[in-house]
Design a protein around this ligand. Structure first.
Ligand code: SF4
Length: 719
């Protein structure tokens, strides 16, 4: 079994191994691209958002009535000849299943894919108790032969090539096998058919346990689950309490999304509904012996949690993994313990303990791609942030870097004084350029995949008076929220914005008491620090009577607009109304230009320059504003779309410091896609992405201009 890393050093070693596995990289990369294209096609014929909303609703309702639905299921199933058990934890569930085997004199067991059985590590227990256990799902069968664990919830052997599988099958059959997929499937079929015929008991998982009639449902593509459920004389189902739903109608709603999200198919090949112990020729009395074992393992407690109950909306489609840029690089064995991917990081914390989760759950770049596709609309990034915050609150978790950042960033004057000091102290290292060119190796190690930016000579706050738009009879009053990166590293972005706004007769203000948005602290799990800076910012903008608070950093903007209410919901330091009033006024620069100021091609003198675009994660997913930027680029220049425009560049704030090897690979892909456009400039809406991409372009001498959208617009706006 994969070992959950306990230290960053250990984890970096595991990541390094995965990054150097060319076969893994090729397989996952190919899958990521085809999955995204095919998913988009099959989603076109349904109301995706409506269905996700409906799933969230009935799953929330089921979680809120978990005990009641369990009792109803038990009554209904028992009426139909099924034995129903409830296990408080993994050990008890395994013991119950082992006892069922012993009671019915079982020798051989076939299993179909069940992540719940992985959660309880059922095979170890059954094998230790003398049973012969054979996995029957093709992927599970392959990884059982290799003594591995699943690397994906839906496709457990996705990390393997057909050549590796041919080698494994050659060993088991003692005949050299051809690496042709159809032939390999036939080999597996011959092997598995024997096992089905010999088996005394089948163990399956369950996608939905239906309370109204005591039925269990499995959704598969191979039909092996159906063989497991029907052929042996005993059938045992292991199912988490979270799989309870009220009715068949509810399950039918989820079945419209599950295959589309899981494998980008409209339908899976098999949906099996087992309602009661049916006829069975191999059973002594001609009727199946059927047991259903429900697993609690903390689920009843989580169902009462006001925030985390939403994890039970999960239908295990695996989409959050399919779109995760980190999974795409390192695979499931390095991005989870037993449950993998975005939901896996959260489930690891609850089902397998914080010691297994504490390092793993840091490996989220925060791109929100998972939230964007989740079948149950689970706010996965938020839940992961909350877990990081809980881990930091634990007294035994040492986080020296986080504590230091917290001390500095929550004291605005100290923080800004340090940044101003840095702008002077860096001179020997910058050689008068915008980059740190001569840093000692201790700072560069692992981070030299990009040129690091210099702190600006003068912060925006120190030159604002000079660039403040001079506007008579303004059409609106706007305040700029700068964020640390633009205030101190890229003031030119904000100066450019002032020029654009002046051209549109907008009065601009810059409240000096504003400070960091809090996102870096949140990434470090420093929730108290986040609350402190959030309150400071809300107060800084409270008395200005502004129409909008404009933000040129997509990440800061989504933090201010979408997350302040969440950060401050349990903090008595400020009223809910004040938080709401603040967040409602926050708007990103492209939305301000397109929607609020109505800027079109008429506002610009268009040039021929080929300009491509990087859609920053927070801009395209959290703010859903990327199209505004595309429209504005096209209005001012010759816009050239970039392949995977909305895929993360690898910055992720403090993520690129914690996981530079992953950040470097994501940047490498981004730069290749940019180069393929033949554009002479790339534009984006986030200073973090500018830092990453500009640093990469500089390091690789690519000769492409890297600009914030505001800089392009300021050059072309008609005055
Ligand atoms: S968390 Fe959402 S996207 Fe991920 S497996 Fe569960 S339902 Fe699918």
């Amino acid at each position: 079994m994969h070992k959950a890393p306990q230290t960053y050093k250990e984890y970096h070693g595991q990541i390094d191994e995965a990054l150097h596995d060319q076969q893994l990289r090729k397989t996952l990369d190919k899958y990521a691209v085809t999955y995204r294209e095919n998913r988009a096609k099959v989603m076109r014929d349904i109301d995706e958002k409506g269905l996700i909303h409906a799933i969230a609703e009935f799953k929330d309702e089921a979680a809120a009535h978990m005990d009641e639905l369990y009792e109803q299921f038990k009554r209904e199933a028992e009426k139909r000849g099924v034995h129903v058990h409830l296990a408080k934890d993994a050990a008890e569930a395994n013991q119950i299943i082992s006892d069922i085997g012993k009671k019915y004199n079982v020798k051989r067991i076939v299993k179909s894919k069940s992540m719940t059985a992985e959660e309880t590590q059922l095979n170890h227990k059954l094998e230790a108790d003398g049973f012969i256990v054979d996995e029957s799902d093709l992927g599970e069968y392959i990884i059982q032969l290799r003594h591995e664990t699943p690397s994906h919830m839906v496709m457990p052997a996705i990390h393997l090539s057909r050549y590796q599988v041919a080698d494994d099958f050659s060993k088991v059959t003692k005949v050299k096998q051809d690496p042709d997929i159809d032939r390999l499937v036939k080999v597996a079929r011959v092997q598995l058919r024997r096992k089905f015929i010999q088996a005394d008991m089948g163990i399956s998982g369950c996608n939905f346990a239906i309370a109204e009639n005591g039925a269990v449902t499995t959704v598969t593509n191979e039909g092996n689950a159906r063989m497991t459920e029907t052929m042996p004389r005993v059938h045992t189902v292991l199912v988490g309490l979270d799989k309870l739903v009220r009715s068949i109608d509810d399950a039918m709603i989820a079945l419209q999304i599950l295959p589309r999200n899981g494998t980008a198919q409209r339908l899976t090949s098999y949906v099996s509904w087992m309602c009661g112990a049916g006829p069975c020729a191999s059973a002594p009395e001609g009727r199946k012996i059927m047991h259903v074992v429900f697993l609690d393992n903390g689920r009843r407690e989580i169902a009462k949690d006001p925030l985390f109950h939403q994890i039970f909306r999960c239908v295990r489609c695996g989409a959050c993994t399919n779109v995760c840029p980190v999974f795409r690089l390192i695979g499931g064995h390095k991005m989870g313990y037993i449950y993998i991917g975005a939901i896996g990081l959260i489930l690891t914390y609850f089902y397998h303990g914080k010691d297994k989760a504490k390092v793993l759950c840091q490996n989220c770049v925060g791109c929100e791609a998972c939230k964007n596709v989740c079948s149950g609309g689970i706010d996965l990034p938020r839940l992961n942030r909350e877990i990081r915050s809980r881990l930091v609150s634990d007294k035994d978790d040492k986080n020296a870097m986080g504590s230091l950042m917290n001390a500095v960033m929550t004291n605005r004057k100290m923080f800004h004084t340090l940044l101003k000091f840095a702008s002077k102290a860096q001179r020997p290292f910058t050689g008068g350029t915008q980059f740190q060119r001569h840093l000692p190796m201790m700072f560069m190690k692992h981070h030299d995949f990009k040129a690091l930016p210099a702190v600006a000579d003068k912060a925006f706050r120190d030159v604002f008076a000079q660039y403040k738009p001079k506007v008579l009879n303004p059409v609106m009053r706007v305040a700029i929220f700068a964020g640390c990166a633009q205030d101190f590293i890229y003031p030119e972005h904000l100066i450019a914005a002032c020029k654009v706004l002046e051209a549109k007769k907008v009065a601009v203000d810059f409240p000096m008491e504003q400070t960091c948005c809090g996102l870096p602290l949140d990434m470090m799990g420093q929730r108290k620090g986040v609350q402190k800076v959030a309150i400071q910012n809300i107060k800084a903008f409270a008395n200005g009577n502004y129409d909008y608070i404009v933000c040129l950093c997509a990440s800061c903007c989504s933090t201010l607009k979408k997350h302040y209410a969440e950060f401050l919901e349990s903090n008595g330091g400020i009223s809910e109304a004040a938080v709401k009033a603040f967040s409602e006024k926050v708007v990103d620069f492209s939305t301000l230009c397109r929607e609020k100021l109505g800027m079109t091609a008429d506002d610009f003198t268009k040039i021929d320059e080929k300009v491509t675009f990087h859609a920053s994660c927070h801009q395209c997913r959290a703010l859903e504003a990327a199209q505004h930027s595309r429209d504005l680029i096209a209005a001012a220049a010759d816009y050239v779309p970039c392949f995977e425009e909305e895929v993360c560049c690898g910055f992720g704030g403090t993520y690129s410091v914690k996981f530079p090897e992953i950040s470097a690979e994501l940047l490498r892909k981004k730069l290749k896609n940019v180069a393929d456009t033949n554009a002479t400039r790339i534009v984006m809406d986030c200073p973090g992405c500018v830092m990453q991409i500009k640093g990469g372009v500089e390091k690789n001498h690519m000769g492409i201009r890297v600009s914030h959208l505001a800089e392009l617009l300021a050059e072309r706006v008609k005055r």
